[in-house]
Design a protein around this ligand. Structure first.
Ligand code: GLN
Length: 543
């Protein structure tokens, strides 16, 4: 039996069938948004069947962005969706992988906690999973648990077994199984097919889970007779077969699922008596995105450009930044290595702004530096994030402060002028085994700077994920050459933000942290809102 029990929390368990990439995270996030707007206190958890103990080390081209929580956990990008859709903040209890679960079970076995028992998947691994779920549920009205992977995968079985047991323990009124599936359209038959969904539900029933509600992804409207057929063969109530047509913007999904009756059904199934949801915030967002007053094209110069998923939070934050200006932001992903061969002039003409995002490794950095020079000299609004800020410092050092050999210790630990380096305090951190500065840290903004004006506060908190810092030995030369250091760690030992004075450049700003992790459509981040504002001004002046 699981050790911690959350007494009053209700659970929604979301599983996926038929195919991966159906948008389970988005479906779960939308569910959360709808139920939160009915006044419930919602939390999320994602359980991932892969064996990596540290999702932070996975290749972004394979798995999309690494999302960072306030408490410094490196998690799956779905947690970013959750945070953008509800007000609850995720933590390290919000994401567990099979690797983390097994690591803990094996650690306990080594410690002798199981007192000579045979340690098994059931009950030891499943109990560990249940403990993690109950820990995340603490204090919430409702916890939405998304099980990664697709039903039928060997890896996800222990998770499914654990949620089957939780249903048995907490009862029907306190738990709902939502199954997300795909209804493919076969052109040759001219029909939407239900068979894959039937099979996927069969697979669920085989392991003892009868879904209570189906969300059916389809590229076209789902007819009544298809819904009836699904209800009949999957043993799900007709009104709990919810169609989910493809939407062109993710922020339409909560509205569409509400239209289809999703939150009403969930409240019925969970015996929750609540007010009608207030969806006006979401309606406003969709209205702007569908009928913007203006369009703003931004170039993002990065390395994983072929995969928009690698910069998910950042591209969302840019979209949010457009909302206060009734603007639709269009992002062009520009390959930094292509800038090296074809030149900034050719590739970056015609954009209203330039962004250089975070990243790791040397590949593409020459192209990023060249792009930043272009933005600085042509006075194109520029925002540099993490590695992007480090590149801006290097560019400034080389081309303005007259330090031609300026570089980063990340690419050459013995370079002559490491304007970006590991600071002594951070060396201590890496000796203790933690190699990166991760999670939320406070930052103090310098009065009178653009940064301080944009945030309109003096102390902020933002999330970090990096090893290297601006080298304090170069603070003075850089400042003398005209770079403004506009944000510092509270003890002043670390540079957190840099900028050019507004007399020199309309918007040139870099931050060592990742502001994109804190932005939401319902509360756009001030840095992105100000940046898009500057991009609009730039367009206006050029016109
Ligand atoms: N690679 C850089 C560092 O470790 C920047 C990291 C990032 O952009 N997230 O400091």
């Amino acid at each position: 039996m699981a050790g911690v029990r959350s007494k009053r929390t209700k659970f929604i368990f979301v599983t996926g069938g038929v195919a991966s990439s159906l948008g389970k995270g988005l479906c779960a996030a939308s569910m959360g948004a709808l139920l939160e707007s009915r006044g419930l206190n919602i939390g999320f958890q994602k359980l991932d069947p892969y064996l990596n103990v540290d999702p932070g080390t996975m290749n972004p081209t394979q798995h999309g962005e690494v999302f960072v929580t306030d408490d410094g956990a490196e998690t799956d990008l779905d947690l970013g969706h959750y945070e953008r859709f509800v007000s609850h903040r995720m933590s390290r209890h919000s994401n567990y992988t099979s690797g983390q679960i097994y690591e803990e079970v094996i650690r306990r076995e080594r410690r002798g906690d199981y007192l000579g028992q045979t340690v098994q998947v059931i009950p030891h691994v499943t109990n560990q999973i249940k403990d993690c779920i109950h820990k995340a549920a603490d204090g919430l009205d409702l916890l939405i648990v998304e099980i990664g992977g697709t039903v039928g995968d060997i890896e996800s079985l222990p998770f499914l077994e654990a949620i089957r047991q939780i249903r048995l323990e907490v009862g029907r009124d306190n738990s709902v199984f939502v199954h997300l599936t795909l209804l493919p359209y076969l052109a040759t038959a001219g029909e939407v097919k239900t068979k894959p969904t039937q099979h996927s539900v069969m697979k669920m029933r085989e392991i003892g889970i009868q879904p209570d509600l189906l969300v059916c992804r389809c590229d076209r409207p789902v007819t009544e007779d298809v819904r009836e057929k699904l209800a009949m063969f999957t043993n799900v109530q007709l009104d709990a077969v919810i169609p989910a047509k493809d939407e062109d913007t993710i922020y339409k999904v909560p509205l569409a699922l509400h239209e289809a009756g999703l939150d009403d059904r969930l409240c019925e199934l969970l015996n929750i008596w609540s007010r009608e949801p207030d969806l006006s915030k979401w309606e406003r967002i969709v209205r702007i995105l569908e009928h913007p007053d203006r369009r703003v094209r931004i170039a993002m110069v990065g390395k994983y450009v072929d995969l928009a998923e690698s910069y998910k939070s950042l591209s969302e934050a840019l979209t949010h930044g457009g909302l206060p200006h009734n603007a639709l932001v269009e992002i062009a992903y520009v390959d930094a290595e292509e800038v090296e061969t074809r030149g900034a002039q050719e590739l970056l003409q015609g954009y209203a702004g330039l962004i250089v995002p975070g990243g790791f490794g040397e590949r593409g950095t020459a192209g990023k530096i060249e792009s930043i020079r272009f933005a600085r000299e042509r006075k194109v609004p520029f925002l540099g994030i993490c590695l992007g800020m480090q590149m801006a410092v290097i560019e400034f050092a080389r081309n303005v402060a007259d330090i031609p050999t300026a570089g980063s210790a990340e690419f050459d630990p013995h370079a002559a002028d490491r304007v970006i380096d590991i600071m002594p305090d951070q060396k201590q951190v890496s000796l203790k085994g933690g190699t990166m500065r991760l999670g939320a840290y406070a930052c103090v903004l310098v009065p009178g700077t653009a940064a301080q004006r944009i945030y309109s506060r003096e102390r902020i908190s933002e999330r970090h994920r990096h090893r290297y810092e601006v080298n304090n030995a170069y603070r003075e030369v850089l400042t003398e050459a005209g770079l403004v250091l506009s944000g510092f760690s509270p003890d002043s030992t670390l540079v957190e933000m840099i900028e050019l004075p507004t007399e020199v450049h309309p918007f040139f700003l870099g931050c060592q942290f990742h502001p994109e992790f804190r932005s939401r459509p319902t509360a756009p981040h001030p840095l992105f809102a100000a940046y898009i504002g500057a991009a609009i001004d730039y367009l206006r002046e050029k016109a």
